[in-house]
Design a protein around this ligand. Structure first.
Ligand code: CP3
Length: 342
């Protein structure tokens, strides 16, 4: 019997949508916080295959989600290209910046990434043996634009101003950086698939700040390049694309990139996404993560609303973005029970 997530990704309309949750392994879970403490810090946890597999499995054991997502981070790939990466407690990621032609030229060759990233493939391989037979294993990477925003600014930023500035002032260097990330992402995801990932997802978390032709050139085009290269090597592995807050950019995104499924954030209504995106195939989403903090009847009503709106087409239930550290684990259970009772 094929796994439910893989069936939905093939376009099947299931009586109950399969369900998983972005950032399902994370700080809202006491067992995650305990394992992270044991590892020392977040990056040590990412690079420790046994502990990274353990935290990936925690939400599967607790909730029985239909998919597990590899525990890692989108910034490990740029780190493998050379720039130093660290996490400031309470502030988020910091990275050595890459903004000059020389810095782009001095990034390590793509073939070198596996040296740094082999523990990640080991985590995937442990997971593909340890997961229950009904659970799908999802690998992932950041999409080139989103990864570039961190490489250029050296940290997260609200409006991705530094990346937009480089794009405007030195288009060739910016494009060269996007191309390097694109090429490395193909190798990284291909290695995850070889290690046992059954689906891969591209997180373009900052796609929403690319407008008009920029969205086509720097969200859509690199995504399409990566998907075409992956499909040539792994024709049966589905790809989920998440151009977060793309708005009208969601329309036709699957068609133009070759994605098997488009993940929808919660800035658009499920009805809009049904009419404009699900007409092209499977969609994933899009309950507001805030409900995992607040719970109650608002949560159950919004959950039913999402399930019902997407019920006439292929759908994977998820949040519209990652669950936050202040979420209540009981509310996650309530969401799952609500979906599965429909
Ligand atoms: O979804 C999962 O459970 C899989 C693991 C995963 C993490 N990060 C673990 C993580 C995934 C898929 C990511 C993706 C990621 N990482 C994105 C794209 C998705 C999104 O949320 O938009 C981005 C932009 C990053 C970069 C990143 N990593 C930031 C900005 C931060 C700090 C913000 C924060 O929440 O503290 C991280 C750290 C991070 N990545 C944590 C986790 C569980 C928290 C680290 C900790 O334990 O302190």
């Amino acid at each position: 019997m094929t796994k439910t997530i893989l069936r939905a990704l093939k376009g099947e309309v299931l009586p109950t949508p399969p369900i998983w949750m972005m950032r399902q392994a994370g700080r809202y879970l006491p067992e995650y916080r305990a394992t992270r403490e044991k590892a020392g810090d977040f990056l040590k946890l990412c690079y420790n295959p046994d502990l990274a597999a353990e935290v990936t499995l925690q939400p599967i054991r607790r909730y029985g989600f239909d998919a597990a997502i590899l525990f890692a981070d989108i910034l490990l790939l740029p780190q493998a290209l050379g720039p130093k990466l660290w996490f400031e407690t309470g502030e988020g990621p910091r990275m050595e910046t890459t903004t000059t032609p020389a810095q782009v030229a001095n990034l390590k060759p793509t073939s070198d990434i596996h040296h740094t990233l082999s523990p990640i493939y080991e985590t995937v391989s442990i997971l593909s043996r340890a997961l229950p037979p009904e659970t799908t294993l999802i690998g992932f990477a950041g999409a080139p634009w989103t990864v570039a925003t961190y490489m250029i600014a050296g940290k997260g930023s609200k409006d991705q101003a530094a990346a937009h500035a480089l794009k405007a002032s030195d288009r060739a260097t910016f494009q060269a950086l996007i191309d390097r990330i694109t090429e490395a992402t193909v190798e990284y995801l291909s290695a995850q698939i070889k290690a046992g990932a059954e689906v891969v997802k591209l997180f373009d978390s900052w796609a929403g700040s690319l407008k008009g032709q920029d969205f086509r050139d720097f969200s859509e085009a690199p995504t399409a390049t990566i998907i075409a290269a992956l499909k040539a090597r792994h024709p049966t592995t589905p790809v989920i694309a998440f151009p977060r807050e793309a708005g009208a950019g969601y329309i036709g995104f699957a068609h133009r990139t070759g994605a098997d499924c488009v993940a929808i954030d919660n800035s658009v209504s499920p009805e809009w996404a049904t009419a404009n995106v699900q007409i092209d195939g499977c969609v994933q989403g899009n309950l507001a993560p805030q409900h995992m903090v607040t719970g109650g009847q608002a949560l159950t009503a919004a959950t039913r609303h999402v399930v019902k709106a997407f019920s006439n087409g292929p759908h994977i239930f998820n949040l519209g973005h990652g669950i936050t550290p202040d979420a209540n684990p009981d509310h996650v259970q309530l969401m799952i029970d609500t979906v599965r009772a429909m």
